[in-house]
Design a protein around this ligand. Sequence first.
Ligand SMILES: *[C@@H]1O[C@H](CO)[C@@H](O)[C@H](O)[C@H]1NC(C)=O
Ligand SMILES: *[C@@H]1O[C@H](CO)[C@@H](O)[C@H](O)[C@H]1NC(C)=O
Length: 293
Amino acid sequence: MMANSRSLLVVLLTLAMTTLHPIAVDANFFSSVYFYWGNQHSAIRGSGDDLQLVLDQTSGSGIKSTGTFLFGSIEMLIKLVPGNSAGTVTAYYVSSTGDGHDEIDFEFLGNVSGQPYIIHTNIFTQGNGNREQQFHPWFDPTADFHNYTIHWNPTAVVWYVDSVPIRVFRNYENEGIAYPNKQGMSVYSSLWNADNWATQGGRIKIDWNSAPFIAKYRNFRAQACNWNGAVSIGTCASNIPGNWWTSPTHSRLSDAKLGQMNWVRDIYMIYDYCKDTKRFKGQMPPECFKPQY
Ligand SMILES: *[C@@H]1O[C@H](CO)[C@@H](O)[C@H](O)[C@H]1NC(C)=O
Ligand SMILES: *[C@@H]1O[C@H](CO)[C@@H](O)[C@H](O)[C@H]1NC(C)=O
């Protein structure tokens, strides 16, 4: 009796694990995204593995995933606009819609030739953002494709660049800090003119002689939990791949990953809202006092 019900439980658990395993959206852009903006001059190429977004004087462009997700590991390989990209911004983010939205951002701020991009990150929870952290890349992001991954599970959000974690936002909901765990999000990427603020604080304007500006994409992969409007924090989320949070003994980055993150943050971080006491007039956001790794 005991043994039987235990083996039944094992079977049921195994079934649940397989059926609720996060779906892996394949790298085919034709089936996984659509153009919500500027499709007239952007293109999905080849058999659907490659995509490009274009910005010229007539318009920028943007894609949105066909799926909506609650938690996932969202990967994209991106080769940013080369040459004089001043004033351009390539955004890659997940966001819900409506009031009090949640959003997790990567934004890449272009620059004049030879000067570094800025990798800008932010997170909105229930409509509140103001959590910017910025980095200079440690490589030329226009020379080749690099892997920008948003890991988002019930425990934490991690921004990865080529598998190096650059930022963590942990779930401190039980301490009154809102966490994005109730609203489904779509994946977006867009390329637009933001020369009123992006490059050197808006001092450098876009040079249309350098247009068209082109950002290239490959390998979109969302290993994510499909969201159908219901709040569900369950088996699917705990199966999202990742090397640390699925293990009860590893509810934080491994020491090796933490070492990499500290290296990036020590050398390449150029702005941290948690250090901007002037901006917040000494009233720092509460998550700034919590461990974020
Ligand atoms: C991209 O980075 C993520 C996070 O480290 C990793 O899981 C994934 O395998 C990488 N993908 C590619 C194509 O390198
Ligand atoms: C552009 O280059 C300047 C000078 O090196 C640098 O201060 C700035 O962070 C770079 N990036 C942007 C987006 O302005």
